[in-house]
Design a protein around this ligand. Sequence first.
Ligand code: GAP
Length: 453
Amino acid sequence: MSAPTDAQRMEKIVSLCKRRGFIFQSSEIYGGLNGAWDYGPLGVELKRNLKNYWWRIMVHDRDDVVGMDGAILTHPAVLKASGHVEGFSDPMIDCRTCKAHLRADQLVEKKGVKQCPNCGGKDFTEARQFNLMFETHVGAAADESSIAYLRPETAQSIFVQFKNILEVSRKKLPFGIAQIGKAFRNEINPRNFTFRSREFEQMELEYFCRPEQGMELLEYWKEERLKFYDNIGISRANLHVLNVPDGERAFYSKGTYDIEYDFPFGRQELEGVAYRTDYDLSQHQKASGKSLEYFNEETKERIIPHVIEPSAGVDRTVLAMICEAYAEDEAPNDKGAMESRIVLRLHPRMAPVKCAIFPLLKNKEALVAKAKEIVALLRPDMAVFYDETGAIGRRYRRQDEIGTPFGVTIDFETLGEKDPGLRDTVTLRDRDSMKQERVAIQDLPVILRERIR
Ligand code: GAP
C-alpha cells in the first residue's frame, strides 16, 4: 500500500526550510545546481545532532564497533572490484517530445501506455545504461591513467581497510566498522527536495560476522535501526519495513530490508539493511591479491567474514525528521487570543536550538543582565538562543517554528520584586504542551540536560 501524497504540505515544508535557514538550493544566486543543497545555520545543527547521535548509538555505546573516515577520491580498482564501474547504472531514455532525460522506471503509465511525466509524450529513445558515478582526474594528466571516482557509497573504503582496522582494533567476530561521510551519484532525475540528490551523506555500518550468524544478525540490525528512528522522534506508524523479494535484491544479498518512511510525496526508502554475504571482501581479495581473511585463534580456521550493512542517508533522515515534526496548530498571543502557529515538533535531542532565553523587557537592565547570566550558564551544555526583541508571544512563535523545545523567560518575579521567595526563578515553557513551570535558575542545567540527552 502506498502512502497518500500531500503536495501542499511539502511546499510549506520546503518554504519553511528556506525561510528559517535549514536548507538552501546550492549556488542559488546563479540559478542553482540541480541535485545539490546547502544547509544553513539551523540545518547544519540538525544534521550534526543526527550524525552525533548515530555515532553515539552505533559506535560509542558499543564494544563491538569502531569508526573510520575514508577518502572520497577512490582508486578505480576499488570500484572495478566492487562492480560499480561495470554495473552501477540506471537505464535512461530521452523523451523525443520535450527532450527530457528520464530514468526508464520513472515513466508514468496511463491506460497501459508509458508516458513522459513532464509532457505526457509517448515517443522515447531506446533505453541505454547510464553510469551514476562521478569521474574525475587526479594530477596533471587528464587521460585514462589518471581516472579516479568520487565514491558512490562510503562502504567500499570500509571493505578495503578491513584488514588494517582488524589488526589495529584487535576485534573478534562479530564486530563492525562505522563511517559517516559524503557520497556522490549523478542521479538522472534528482527530485523531491533533498530526497534524491547528487551529493549526499551516508551513515553506514559494515558488521562482520561468521556465515552462520548472518540471517540472525540481519533481523537484529533491522530491529536496532527501527529503535533508532523511534529515538529521534520518527513515529513507528510512519515507518514501514519492506522485505525486498528475491528477484529485486542485489544478486549477492541473502536478505535485504528497506526501512521506508511516509513522506508527503509518498512512501520512500530511508535506509537499507542488507545481508551482503562475503561478496565485497571476496571481490577485493581476488582483485588485490591481498588476503582479507579472518583468522580464528581458537579453531585455527581462516574465513572471509560475512557482512550485514545498515546504510542510512543523512539528508533523507533530516528531511524525514522535518516532515514528521511539521505541524500547524493554535497558540495564545500576548492578549490571550488564539492565533495559528507553525510548530516543528522535533525531538529535543535533535532540535537545532535547545533553549531560547527571553528577558521580559529589553530596556530593563536587571532583566537583561539575568538573562545573559542564564545564557552563560547553559551554553557549555547546549545550543541556546538569546532574543530580546518583540512581544514574548512573537518570540515564542519564532522559536516554535524552528523546533526549539524550551523557552526561559526572565521576569520581575526573577528579580524578587513581588515575592522574595521567587527570586532567581524563571518560567520554563514547553514548546508542545505550551505549559509553563517556575524553576530555580540553578536547577536549569540539570533539568534541561536530562530532557535533551
Ligand atoms: N552501501 C549501500 C548503499 O549505498 P543504497 O540503498 O544505494 O545502499 C543507502 O544507499 C542509503 O543512502 C539510502 O537508503 C538513502 O538513505 C541514501 N541515498 C542513496 N542515494 C541517495 C540520493 N541520491 N540522495 C540522497 N540519499 C541517498
